[in-house]
Design a protein around this ligand. Structure first.
Ligand code: C5P
Length: 273
């Protein structure tokens, strides 16, 4: 599909523009951060002296790809809301429109809340985890370039270094040997670890999320990214190179690595993964 076709029907000036769709970033930051063990939402956890959310926001603005940034925050978190308001005031003219919404019980709920708050002119959306606070600008650019070239869905990926196996719980009689048993080994050269920002044609992502309405609780709980919903529609999901600095800060070890990246001689955003 050409970039012109990408534009068709997805915005007020559809067809007039050949490349560079009107892009919004949905920044999901409503997670509890339980696995980090800080006793506060992850977005507020300090990294190099600043909350994780601020690193994520600065990275998005520095990439310069978004006309709007819509942030999903933990419902009722006034400290994070204030932080976003202060950041809005800091932005010089020409920065993106900053919008804040209450996140939901699951990541997918948070994404949907933010999608509903996007400006009418939006044609493409990048869904980004605040937990990937050190994502280099180059990754945003690769994702947007792919959308501009005609992709309806594109994700940043990195090769998997570990051999990955699928397992099942052992039967009662084998439980004393080990809790799980291996049922398969995926060919490693075909495996990729998936990161964010994940980029989509807005209409395609909205359609994919509408399907979730018919999901039962177990299916809804199994949604770990947006691309998997688009795959269900039969839409090709393209993959571009991610970066190791885009690690998802999830555990205390991740936080130590992120601190190390920030203190590195070149600074986290300038070291290609
Ligand atoms: O928990 P998980 O690792 O999937 O979180 C990935 C991202 O989704 C994080 O940035 C987190 O803040 C966000 N999230 C959210 N709303 C939830 C759960 C997670 O915005 N209910």
């Amino acid at each position: 599909m050409s970039a012109t076709e990408f534009s068709a029907g997805s915005g007020p000036e559809a067809g007039a523009r050949a490349v560079s769709p009107v892009v919004a970033v949905v920044l999901v930051a409503a997670g509890s951060g339980q696995r980090l063990g800080y006793g506060m939402p992850k977005a507020r956890v300090p990294l190099g002296g600043e909350p994780i959310l601020m690193h994520a926001l600065r990275g998005i603005v520095a990439a310069g790809v978004a006309q709007q940034v819509c942030i999903a925050l933990p419902a009722g978190d006034s400290a994070l809301r204030r932080m976003c308001d202060d950041f809005k005031a800091e932005l010089v003219d020409g920065g993106p429109l900053l919008t804040v919404v209450d996140g939901g019980a699951t990541r997918a709920d948070s994404v949907r809340s933010a999608l509903e708050a996007l400006e009418d002119a939006t044609q493409a959306v990048l869904v980004h985890d605040a937990a990937r606070a050190l994502t280099p600008e180059s990754v945003f650019h690769r994702v947007v370039d792919s959308l501009a070239a005609g992709a309806l869905a594109v994700i940043p990926v990195i090769p998997v270094v570990d051999t990955v196996k699928t397992v099942e719980a052992t039967t009662d009689e084998d439980a004393r040997i080990a809790p799980e048993v291996v049922v398969g080994t995926a060919p490693r050269e075909k495996l990729r670890a998936v990161q964010t920002p994940q980029g989509f044609d807005l209409a395609t992502l909205l359609k994919a999320h509408r399907e979730v309405a018919g999901f039962d609780e177990a299916q809804a709980a199994a949604i770990t990214d947006d691309a998997m919903l688009v795959e269900r529609l039969g839409v090709p999901v393209h993959a571009v190179r991610g970066a190791s600095q885009s690690l998802k800060i999830t555990t205390p070890l991740d936080l130590i690595i992120a601190e190390g990246l920030l203190e590195g001689p070149l600074g986290a955003r300038w070291v290609e993964g």
